[in-house]
Design a protein around this ligand. Structure first.
Ligand code: NAD
Length: 694
């Protein structure tokens, strides 16, 4: 980084601002450099990342008043946080706010950004890392945006059941092609440097060291604003917007039905109505945002956001795992090892099959590509990932993750071999999904440092990891594993060593019920549609095919053997499919035909409550059992685990939140009814009647 810029960012060159009694709490620093450029640097004093709070905006307003009077040659707005520009609005302040308070807060906030937009000197946002939500809206109020190191721009409010509320709905469609702007807001997707430039969001993409030259070019008027083309002008016509809005609603309905996700439709409505009148759009945006904030959907999605944050911050100590060895480079081992290397740790991987190690390197390349890593970052990640057929890395690893086949005798052999070679103090964690840790304790190198790290497939897409402890695992080991998970950007939930742990224990009754329904003659498309309508990301039959029917059968058999109460009979059809070699997606055929990609079940029109309850209530009942038995510590953790491992309808806030909304007594009564009609597997867990659970 340019030395002078570094000084501005660190604050040493901005003593001027401080000496002149900078307003507010000091979230912003301001100074004017030798070229007469004003530098307004956001560096929240109370957080490691910038978010746009009420205090940040008030302080900005005070600075802008002064800047407006002094008028520098140009004003640069940037962040001093290494992690990025700004992550969005301060959700804590918004959550639980009533509509009236939200409207008045937003109206005031709009006034601040309008003041920024109205400054008569050129204003330039210099963005590194993410500029999201209100952070992006702040950058949008500037005349120019320069993207540097790994900049990305996005308005992800739909993920919280909202749409942009700080002028994004007005300014983004005015800046770029309106349909591209709507697409970004409706999907919540981000545009990285090059795409941001192509779309017209970023005027320039430069390296930090060329920033001064870029600023000079803007001041000399050498950076032309791109015109948005004919299409943009056409959308000034109400009839053109109406046509596009109809198409957008149709698309939105496919991805997120209005009954569950009202925000995209509210956004389309206000754009259709006011898309050619900035002021009316601004008013409508504020009112609509305040209204959406009161919806159950938004409340529950904000709840899911907080749950994620709690898991992210679950680490008590700093992570002390530097070197990792993974045993087995199959489906899971390869994913786990590649992900860990991508997150900056050195990983050695052993496998008896050298081809598996080769495939792992290819997979790691794909994961880097999906994560938008550039050539240098990809090379570094691959350098950290070392195929190690003889397992030399075991001796220096702080953590060994076992991802060998799900065969007890093989795992016992692997553990006994590791016990001879692991260094003192190192942890051994198995990725088993269906075996009990307690059965292997005697083979493990050290009982207190033996645990489970249950990753889900694919590791790069499913953020949850179950940190499994048995009776002898020490609290220190559990804490070290929790810290490790957060350090590799995964979300840890601590669970006890019981059959299926939490996630598979809860998911299996749901999957098996779906297959029993097929046995009864209910079309698989109808079953999948019922789950999709409830809000699951995919139907249970499709999910079973995705997971692999052989794996489903293994987990189901192992659960049936080890649980006192039956989860469900194992449907004959499942065995028949596996015996015939129809394992699901991986073999090209399972319940669906996967030979030409992903089957999308034809939506089925009629879905009765009975069908939905038959699928969902067994999942809820299993969560209740896990809570009562202490497999998971709290209803919040159960909700988080099911949302972040299985995608359980996030707008319902998780299974236990859904049960609370429906009422525990109602759930109990409904399960009793189902048990009478369909059998003992629906018997309500004692949890529903237990006052503690309410
Ligand atoms: P897999 O069969 O794809 O991979 C196992 C790998 O281990 C193979 O490459 C095999 O060659 C290798 N191997 C066998 N013996 C070995 C030894 N002695 N030393 C080193 N390598 C050896 O299996 P998988 O699906 O990756 O599952 C691995 C583990 O992860 C299992 O315990 C499974 O229960 C668990 N798991 C699987 C999934 C899933 O969806 N596949 C999800 C979560 C957890």
């Amino acid at each position: 980084m340019d030395g002078a810029l570094a000084e501005y960012l660190s604050g040493s060159a901005l003593e001027l601002g401080a000496a002149r009694d900078a307003p507010g709490d000091g979230h912003w620093r301001y100074g004017v450099d030798e070229d007469g450029i004003g530098w307004l640097v956001l560096d929240r004093t109370d957080a490691s990342a910038n978010t746009i709070s009420d205090a940040v905006l008030r302080e900005l307003d005070a600075h802008l008043e002064r800047i407006g009077a002094e008028l520098p040659e140009a004003l640069v707005i940037r962040s001093a946080k290494p992690g990025g520009f700004a992550m969005g609005a301060d959700i804590d302040a918004l959550a639980g706010m009533d509509a009236e308070a939200a409207e008045s807060l937003l109206t005031e906030a709009h006034g601040v950004l309008d003041r920024l937009e109205g400054l008569s000197c050129p204003t330039i946002a210099v963005v590194h890392g993410p500029a999201l939500g209100a952070g992006f809206e702040l950058a949008l109020a500037c005349d120019y945006r320069i993207a540097i190191d790994a900049a990305s721009f996005g308005l992800p409010e739909v993920r919280l059941g909202l749409h942009p509320g700080l002028g994004g709905t007005v300014r983004l469609p005015q800046l770029i092609e309106p349909t591209a702007a709507m697409q970004m807001m409706l999907t919540g997707s981000s545009a990285h440097t090059k795409k941001a430039h192509d779309l017209g969001i970023a005027d320039l993409v430069v390296k930090e060291r060329h920033l001064r030259a870029a600023l000079g070019a803007i001041r000399k008027g050498e950076v032309e604003k791109r015109s948005r083309g004919l299409m943009a002008r056409a959308f000034a016509l109400a009839s053109a917007r109406s046509l596009a809005a109809t198409r957008m609603r149709r698309e939105a309905e496919k991805a997120a039905p209005k009954v569950h996700y009202p925000a995209p439709y509210a956004l389309i409505d206000i754009w259709e109505k006011h898309g050619n009148d900035g002021q009316a759009m601004q008013k409508a945006e504020i009112a609509s945002f305040a209204r959406l904030l009161q919806s159950d959907t938004s409340r529950n999605l904000i709840r899911a956001f907080f749950l994620r944050r709690t898991l992210k911050n679950a680490a008590r100590d700093s992570d002390d795992i530097a070197r990792v060895h993974v045993v087995g480079a199959g489906i899971m081992g390869a994913e786990i090892a590649a992900w860990i290397a991508l997150q900056g740790k050195r990983v050695t991987v052993s496998d008896l099959d050298e081809d598996a190690l080769g495939a792992m390197i290819r997979r790691a390349g794909d994961i880097c590509k999906d994560a938008h890593k550039d050539a240098l970052e990809t090379r570094d990640a691959l350098d950290r990932l070392m195929p190690d057929p003889a397992g030399y890395g075991v001796a220096s690893a702080d953590l060994v993750i076992e991802a060998g086949p799900e065969k007890p005798e093989l795992k016992a052999e692997i553990f006994a071999d590791l016990a001879k070679r692991m260094k003192p103090g190192a942890i051994l964690a198995t990725n088993t999904s269906s075996l009990l840790l307690s059965d292997f304790v005697d083979h493990a190198p050290a009982k207190t440092r033996f645990a489970g790290l249950h990753f889900f497939n694919p590791v790069s897409k499913v953020p949850l990891v179950e940190v499994v402890t048995h009776d002898k695992t020490s609290a220190e080991t559990r804490n070290r594993l929790v810290s490790f998970c957060t350090a590799i950007d995964r979300l840890p939930v601590a669970v006890a060593d019981r059959p299926g742990f939490l996630v598979n224990r809860a998911l299996m009754p749901y999957l098996l019920e779906a297959l029993l329904l097929i046995d009864e003659g209910v079309p698989k498309e109808r079953i999948d549609t019922a789950a999709l309508k409830f809000g699951m990301p995919m139907g249970p039959v499709t999910l079973a095919d995705q997971v692999g029917l052989d794996i489903c059968l293994d987990v189901a058999e192992s659960l049936t053997k080890s649980l006192d109460t039956p989860i469900a009979e194992i449907p004959a059809l499942l065995r028949e499919k596996v015996e015939a070699g129809h394992m699901g997606r991986k073999s090209g055929r399972g319940f669906y035909d996967w030979s030409d990609g992903t089957p999308r079940p034809e939506p089925s029109a009629k879905i009765g409550d009975d069908l939905t309850d038959r699928l969902i209530l067994p999942l809820l009942n299993a969560c209740a059992t896990c809570l009562r038995e202490g497999t998971v510590g709290s209803a919040d953790e159960a909700d988080a685990a099911m949302i972040f491992a299985t995608g359980f309808a996030p707008f319902r806030g998780g299974p236990m939140n859904y049960a609370r909304a429906r009422g525990h007594d109602a759930i109990h009564a409904r399960l009793e009814e189902l048990a009478k009609t369909h059998g003992a597997r629906f018997k309500p867990d004692a949890f529903w009647r237990d006052a503690k659970g309410k």
